[in-house]
Structure formats: structure tokens, C-alpha cells
Design a protein around this ligand. Sequence first.
Ligand SMILES: CSC[C@@H](O)[C@@H](O)C(=O)COP(=O)(O)O
Length: 367
Amino acid sequence: MKINGTHYRSLWWDEDQSVLMIIDQRWLPHEFRIQPVATLDEFATAIVEMRVRGAPLIGATAAYGMALAADLDPSDNALKAAWEQLNATRPTAINLRWALNRCMETLTPLPEEDRAKAALKLAHAIADEDVEINRRIGTYGLTLIRDIAAKKPAGEPVRLLTHCNAGWIATVDWGTATSPMYQAHDAGIPIHVWVDETRPRNQGALTAWELGSHGISHSYITDNAGGHLMQHGQVDLVITGTDRTTRQGDVCNKIGTYLKALAAHDNGVPFYVALPSPTIDWTVTDGVAEIPIEDRDSREVSHVQGVLDGGDIGLAQVTPEGTNCGNPAFDVTPNRLVTGLITERGICDASATGLAALFPDLIRKAG
Ligand SMILES: CSC[C@@H](O)[C@@H](O)C(=O)COP(=O)(O)O
């Protein structure tokens, strides 16, 4: 999407330097910094430190990491070591393992001398496919927004609520949850987006930055405001992203998503999840019982990052010194609370049969 009129993807390959370039998201929305990722350790660090973040973007980054690994040493042992190092970076978003496994399946049958070229080609393909998947999710999600708009007096905005950042910078482009919003706005449908702050890392600020750059009306709200807004009829539709969705449609996403789904259910507000197929974990059935939840540094809870009065970016401590903090980074919304899944092949029920009807080929492949 565009920043000040220039189109960017959230990562791209620099042909001249033969290196991956990323937008370092630690500094957004306050500073736009681009950086190269040139070693395997830098790839791992970029994912661990959330310089790149969001399930689809983590997957695409890992694919470029495997391309670098294959260039440095294309042997089976070296590729396996790179797989291990990258797979250990973040435990919840399944796109990481999906991309790493796809690289291994493609590269290991090839002669070693062909692997580097094939790995880079595959990384480009994974990045391009992500863009197309998200564009398609947007066209299906747009139909939901259009239907709601059709029942409203002309000019009255469709009010959406989203949690975390499932926007273009969490993917290669378009975003998942935001893609329908961009496409609705571009189609001239008036929308207003309630953007959850999403403590502790405030990914909502990234969403606000994205929507603002695209001219979409939005309000940044505290994480606890959504239920109140729903009770007062001010939310027409919730759309979130997901880091891993099970074969029966349980949705793991940023911590706090479950509470939004409960509030939506209690108030009869449709709760949809934008789901690219690489985010489906066909090996997992019960999300609450089986999905590993990342436990992050307590400093993300005890401190908040922002722009200080002098203009520098800095940290402020919000808790008493020495306070014990807990920081589970994701939660699971059981399928019974999810109205539907917006995928690149259409919208389906959050159920085993719904997903099986859209993705029979992927189920067969997963065994
Ligand atoms: C299209 S991104 C979908 C999810 O990855 C997103 O909602 C999310 O939870 C991101 O978590 P993060 O910890 O910022 O990587």
C-alpha cells in the first residue's frame, strides 16, 4: 500500500545488493526506517524482536531466510540447521512453519547446486502469493461490508472493529482484516473503523497509521471499549486476523481477541476472521488445548513505548518498580463464537465442514 504516495510492500528484494529489505516495525508509527537483513542471525533477530511481525509476513521473511541459507551452504545439514534456527523464533504463528516446510519440501529433492536459485525463486513466489491471497480476501470481505451498507441510510458509514494489526505491514501487502476495508473505501462505501489499541505492544497504532495513510476514517480506542460500543449499537461488524486457525475453525489471534468475540456474541454483532490458507494448521483440532501460546517479555507490559516530549522515541514505565507482569501474547477464540472465515477461496463457516468444503486439496495433502 502507499506511504505518502509511494507504493511499498512490507519487504522486498534488492536486486543490486542481493539482500532482503524490511520496514523495521519497532519504530512505527513514529519513524519509517528501512533496513537490510543480511545474515541468518539477522533474520532470526528480525522475527524475534518483531522488526517484522504478523503471521503472513513472518512466513515470507522466513522463506527469504531459507534462500540466504541455501546460498551460503546448500547442504541438507545446513538447510536443516537454518530451519531449526528460524522455526524457534516465534511459536504461535503457523505461517512460519508452513513457509519453512514448503522450502524444505522444494529444495531437498534438488541437486545442491540448484538449491540457492530455487530457494530465492520460491521466496519471491511465497511473497507474491501472499499479496494475491490478501487481495482476494478483500474482495470476499467487501461483500459483507457492501451488504451492511445496503441496509443503511445513504452516506451512513459501516462501523467495523478490528483488533491488533492485521494490516498490510503484517503481510506482504493489503493485509488480511484490513483488505476488505481498503477495498470498501476504494469502492466509495463509507466506513469507520474502531481500532483496538492492543496492549501491550499497541499494534493498533500501526493499524491507525495504515488507515490514516489511506484516508480511512477511524478511531483509536482502548482495549476495553469494544464491548461498550457493541452494547450501544455502534459496531456493525468485527473483522480480525489470525495467527493459526485449526482444522475445525478455532481461531488463535492476538491476546484480547477472545474477549471481543464474547462481546460480539452477546450483542449479536457478526464476528469474522480474515484467514489466508497458510494460516490453517490442519494438524490441530482443538485450538485451546493444542496451540502453543507465546509468552513474551514482561517489560512489554511494565513499559510503554512512544514519542517523548522532546521528540525522541522512548520507553515509560507504567508499573511500580519490581511488579510481576504476565504477558501471554495470543488467545484462542473457539469456533462457536466465530460467525465466519473470510478466505481467499470464499467465506465459510468456522467449522471442519466449512473449511473442508473450500480446501479439499489442502486437507488431502495434510493427510
Ligand atoms: C495478518 S496478521 C494476523 C495476525 O498475525 C495478527 O492479527 C497478530 O496477531 C499479529 O501479532 P504480532 O504479535 O504483532 O505478530
